[in-house]
Ligand binder design. Structure first.
Ligand SMILES: O=P(O)(O)OC[C@H]1O[C@H](O)[C@H](O)[C@@H](O)[C@@H]1O
Length: 526
């Protein structure tokens, strides 16, 4: 039987708090450091490895974390989730994003349909549509091929798909699977849509309107913006636009679109990259086969996340170490630092994934919790970040746990040897150096040049950013966030915290304001 308890009521958490803290500088210096790097490592899917040698843990902490995983029933809760329990208590919904990429457990029927069959049917429809666009069977009004796809959406209907597109764009060009350029319009700032529209040939562009709810102000505004542009160019908007939405949304039944593809209420926006939300734009940009490889990578990682043995379950282990850092060591933030230009927007996607999921002060029953939940997430690709905010990470007064990602090979394999090393080698040398610099530090008599060390990090190492490894990486983080939500006993699948601002903005636009809101409205000339 599953029980949902707050973290601070668990005996294993109290034990964990009592375990002696690890001196990371000592642990990572000399032979013991070398041994840790070899041993504190767990294979992920698609040739990735999660290495936690430079985390502030040792065998005793890890054993206590394994007990916590058992007592918090993390594996059982994941099993309940993929077998169709109402895990999203706030909205009384199932949580089925794993099913967009595989069947992890029992068949789940909801709304009278087999949900796995529903998701694969949508994928097949998207694949057929994309193939016809690529083959020139679906064309613009003049019978010409579309060359560009533009996604209109925001939040989960933008960040994940955009990050995935950017991650695979150069890989696809190198591997001859690149079909169409993709662009994204998200912000209600008119400069966003205007800039994208100025950069494309609208007559040869197909627009994907993505909104799960079909009611998001920014997205509907940008849809009208685009429709105006199409009209002004003498084009029929309904021949240039497809929709991705849930079947219950106001967009679902509209005739304004060339085609409509569906997700449903059981897939949270930030977990929707592997649904039709990511599927339409990625299949159009790279072909359905590439999207299928991406799904396979995610599915393989999901299978690993089922493992009850935390030392064979990288997402669960990563989650537990994060909880240790947050609730025992008291670190308030986490930086995600991919040493890969392809992953330039991956940290932005993880910000939504993590902070919108676990930024909660009440548990899944709506009762306040007395402990910290989700950390602040931020990040940038290395080495760029090194020349910007790493100063604070190395010598600031707060310790910020770090999540590195690095690959042995570049995507385009265009490289030069300068001073006896390639650029790729320089990139990888930097991430190795940073891990040790953060962990071990360096003492100096000049306090200004002193590095205390003891700053924990982990690294995910892979061969290359490609569709399979990207799917695995995405699923790892989705599952990590889910496991952390289980430990904190919060509902990671709703986002009531975004509502108040929307309500007040509507009031401003309707000129129904008073007090501070009125004065700010006047200052901003609304
Ligand atoms: O896809 P939509 O329904 O348009 O929602 C887009 C986004 O807006 C909301 O405000 C939520 O905070 C996000 O979780 C969601 O992804």
């Amino acid at each position: 039987m599953i029980t949902w308890n707050n973290l601070d009521t668990l005996a294993s958490f109290k034990e964990l708090e009592k375990v002696e803290r690890v001196n990371l500088v000592e642990a990572m210096t000399g032979e013991s450091g070398a041994e840790r790097v070899k041993n504190y490592s767990v294979p992920m899917a698609e040739g990735l490895t999660y290495n936690y040698a430079a985390k502030q843990v040792d065998d005793k902490v890890l054993a206590a974390l394994a007990k916590l995983a058992d007592e918090a029933q993390l594996a059982e809760k994941f099993e309940a989730l993929y077998n169709g329990e109402v895990i999203n208590t706030g909205e009384k919904r199932l949580v089925l994003h794993h099913m967009t990429r595989g069947q992890l457990g029992e068949a789940v029927e909801a709304d009278g349909v087999d949900k796995r069959a529903f998701y694969t049917e949508q994928q097949a429809k998207i694949a057929d549509f994309a193939n016809k666009v690529h083959a020139g069977e679906i064309t613009n009004g003049a019978g010409e091929k579309f060359t560009t796809v533009v996604q209109i959406g925001i939040g989960g209907s933008d960040l994940g798909p955009r990050a995935m597109y950017l991650a695979l764009e150069n890989w696809a060009k190198k591997n001859d699977t690149f079909k169409m350029e993709a662009k994204f319009i998200s912000n209600v700032d008119p400069d966003d849509a205007a800039a994208v529209l100025n950069s494309i040939d609208v007559a040869h562009s197909i627009f994907v309107l993505v909104s799960k709810s079909g009611t998001t102000l920014e997205t509907l505004t940008n849809e009208s913006f685009v429709k105006d542009a199409l009209k002004n160019a003498g084009l029929d908007a309904s021949k240039h636009m497809i929709a991705v939405t849930s079947e219950t949304s106001p967009l679902a039944k509209s005739d304004d679109y060339l085609a409509a593809f569906f997700m449903d209420d059981y897939i949270g926006g930030r977990y929707s990259s592997t649904s039709a939300v990511g599927g339409a734009v990625l299949s159009l940009a790279f072909g359905p086969e590439v999207f299928a490889q991406f799904l396979d990578g995610a599915a393989a990682e999901d299978v690993l996340s089922k493992n009850k043995d935390v030392f064979k379950n990288p997402a669960m282990l990563d989650a537990l170490i994060g909880v240790y850092e947050r609730n025992v060591l008291g670190y308030p933030s986490t930086a995600v630092l991919p040493y890969s230009q392809a992953l330039s927007r991956f940290p932005a996607h993880l910000q939504q994934l993590d902070m919108e999921s676990n930024g909660k002060s009440v548990n899944r029953f709506g009762e306040p919790v007395d402990y910290s939940t989700g950390p602040v997430i931020f990040g940038e690709p290395g080495t760029n970040g090194q020349h910007s905010f790493y100063q604070l990470l190395h010598q600031g007064t707060d310790i910020v746990p770090l999540q590195f990602v690095g690959y042995k090979n570049s995507q385009m394999a265009t490289d030069v040897v300068i001073q006896d090393s390639t650029s790729q080698q320089k990139l990888c040398a930097n991430v190795a150096a940073q891990i040790v610099a953060f962990a071990c530090g360096k003492s100096d008599e000049n306090r200004n040049k002193n590095f205390e060390g003891g700053r924990p990090s982990s690294i995910i190492i892979g061969e290359q950013v490609n569709p399979g490894s990207l799917g695995a990486l995405l699923a790892h983080f989705e599952n990590k966030v889910m496991f952390q939500g289980f430990v904190w006993n919060v509902n990671s699948f709703d986002q009531e915290g975004v509502q108040l601002g929307k309500v007040l903005a509507k009031r401003v636009l309707a000129h129904e304001t008073e007090g501070a809101l009125k004065v700010f409205s006047d200052l901003l000339n609304i």
